[in-house]
Design a protein around this ligand. Structure first.
Ligand code: CO
Length: 133
């Protein structure tokens, strides 16, 4: 069984600081990690929940996928990150099951992880990220 945990639930937001303030006020949440991923055009803040994270994500430039998502769909649930022991093996297994990969090969993600995205088409409408720590 390659799934080990929900790594994170990613929520697209317009204003990262405002969203963090909301989570701090609502849940006494503490940001465990904050990072700009220049290659993806995103800035994200990770709020730890047990062994998982809520990942608040915003765009750092207008041509990033998150910017396009926000413009088209508005704020809200963006993707689910599934934690796996072996990203390459999980990707292969998903593709064998009929999933449509966005990343042909695993690549570096935030906080030193290795990740691969799966297209919502072919995955029952959910953008899936495979995350290997
Ligand atoms: Co993610």
């Amino acid at each position: 069984m390659p799934l080990t945990e929900i790594d994170h639930i990613a929520i697209a937001v317009h204003d990262l600081d405002q969203a963090i303030s909301f989570y701090e006020a609502a849940f006494d949440a503490v940001v465990a990690h904050r990072e700009i991923v220049e290659s993806d055009g995103v800035e994200e803040a990770l709020i730890k929940v047990a062994d998982s994270y809520i990942q608040l994500t915003t765009a750092t430039r207008e041509d990033s996928p998150i910017a396009k998502y926000l413009a088209k769909r508005g704020e809200g649930l963006h993707h689910v990150g599934y934690r796996v022991d072996d990203c390459a093996a999980a990707l292969e297994s998903m593709v064998a099951a009929g999933a449509v990969p966005i990343d042909a090969e695993p690549r570096p993600g935030s906080r030193g992880t290795t990740v691969a995205f799966i297209h919502p088409k072919g995955a029952f409408g959910t953008l899936i990220e495979l995350v290997q720590e």
